[in-house]
Design a protein. Structure first.
Length: 226
């Protein structure tokens, strides 16, 4: 289990975009710790979501951490736009370009926290030489590009491997994809402390349900095993 604080990060990819500002306010009021911003380019992943201007438009709604996950390639040319738009953490994929170390340096140079993400088929060893350059490691527990997918069970072993690589460093370990109250405990036991949840929180887009769903994931993640 991680010694880092548990954070629940609802993904606005599953929000109702017609009232995005209200949806962000609603999850903040419901107990979200981070706002997870999934950016897709239709190239690195199959879908297109939104860019920096949309994110910037809701930045003023809350002072919560904007946890920005860039599923785009090439990525370097867009880092400054998302930094200027209000990102607090910028996470890029290890698979998105040939010069990962340079990209991570660029994020740091913009004054933002640095994250690196790994697709399901990418081994944890791919980031062993940059682990001291990041603040967050994101393990994808589904193939990126679509919301509502089922959690890949092998991800639990991969989370353990990532936690072992992190060791005693002050690095957050985030998991994104298919997170529900049913598997939150397993991923936290494996070492994760930031849980991204999209459809399991935003499904149905009824703000009256958000607090209960966030609370259920948090309770499951911190529950004692009988």
């Amino acid at each position: 289990m991680s010694t880092r604080p548990l954070r629940i990060a609802p993904s606005i990819l599953s929000a109702d975009f017609a009232r995005l500002g209200d949806e962000v306010r609603a999850i903040v009021e419901a107990g979200a710790d981070y706002i997870h911003v999934d950016v897709m380019d239709g190239h690195f992943v199959p879908n297109i979501s939104f860019g920096a201007p949309i994110m910037k438009s809701v930045r003023g709604v809350t002072d919560k951490v904007f946890d920005v996950h860039l599923m785009i390639a090439p990525v370097d040319a867009y880092l400054s736009d998302f930094a200027a738009g209000g990102a607090d953490i910028i996470t890029v994929h290890a698979e998105a370009g040939p010069h990962l170390h340079r990209t991570l340096q660029a994020i740091r140079g913009l004054g933002k926290k640095v994250g690196v993400a790994l697709n399901p088929a990418t081994p944890v060893s791919a980031i062993q030489h940059v682990i001291d350059d990041v603040d967050l490691v994101l393990i994808m527990s589904v193939n990126p590009g679509f919301g509502g997918q089922s959690f890949i069970p092998e991800s639990v072993n991969k989370i353990r491997q990532a936690k072992a690589l992190i060791g005693g460093r002050t690095i957050d370990l985030e998991v994104d994809g298919g997170i529900t109250a049913d598997n939150a405990r397993a991923v936290v036991d494996a070492g994760a402390n930031v849980l991204v949840a999209g459809s399991s929180i935003y499904g149905g887009n009824d703000p009256e349900t958000y607090a209960g769903r966030i609370a259920a994931i948090r309770a499951a993640a911190t529950s004692r095993i009988a």
